[in-house]
Write a protein that binds this ligand. Sequence first.
Ligand SMILES: [Zn+2]
Length: 309
Amino acid sequence: MVEYPRTTIEFHDMFASENDCMRYLERIRFDQIFSCPHCRGTHARRRTDGAFRCLNCGRNISVKSGTIFHQSHIPLRTWFHAIWEMVSHKQGVSALGLQQTLGMRSHATAWDMLRKLRQAMVRPDQERLSGLVEVDETIIGGLRPFTFGRTPTSKVLVLIAVEDKGVQGMGRIRLKVIPDAGADMLERGVRSMAALESCIRTDGFKGYLRLFSLGYGHTMIKKRDVKDGSDTTPLVHRVASLLKRWLLSTHQGAVHAEYLQEYLNEFTFRFNRRRSRSRGLLFYRLVEIACAKRPDIHLPRERKKKKSR
Ligand SMILES: [Zn+2]
């Protein structure tokens, strides 16, 4: 694995110049094996300007091509600094906070960078949850202090899935904006978040009744099954309250419904790596994910031969 900075001082030492960032990106992308994003060719030679020429299709491949940094006018150093800000603060960073820290003139640029990074935070090959998975919906927005958009009624329904690891507590989570709580939508949501072998635990809502016939194990906890006042889906409610607190603190509740899924991506990224031994490791992971995320260019995953220089 490529090394990563462990402290802010180390970060600034490692990435003092644009060239340092380019070399780091190159190590993450092509350390062992070159892979052409256009033709999957695995042979290349390095050009004098630092890019590669694919020996199969003859295209020049910049180390940034096929990543979210491609065709960005923002220096890689600024991108890396934004990623560091995002992961080194436990609660993340707002666009205004980023703009101030990086001394950027434009709030819109900071906002765009954070959006791109949030979009990238879900891996294209994301695994579905497994084992015992608790699922429930929660409402974000609508009532004060959460008021999305112009209308006070713009509430957003979010489906939450949490792995129940028993004595070890919660495992991974998945969060998804859904348009309504009809059975079709809930089933589609569950299918995208949990693997078929898993056992889904829900409350007694009838929208979940068909999960069993879809091939899932299904346990329903109804109100009468729990002690007075107890929660039927306590793990989901814990995640929902952490999510709402995060939206209120870091982002002051100023999250537009249209962009909520992106914020959910960020929350999920951080939550699922909450036991990570180092913030720097999150930095490495996010740069790595940013390299794999470009819907218009398919990056092949099978890499066979070593690159030739
Ligand atoms: Zn090629």
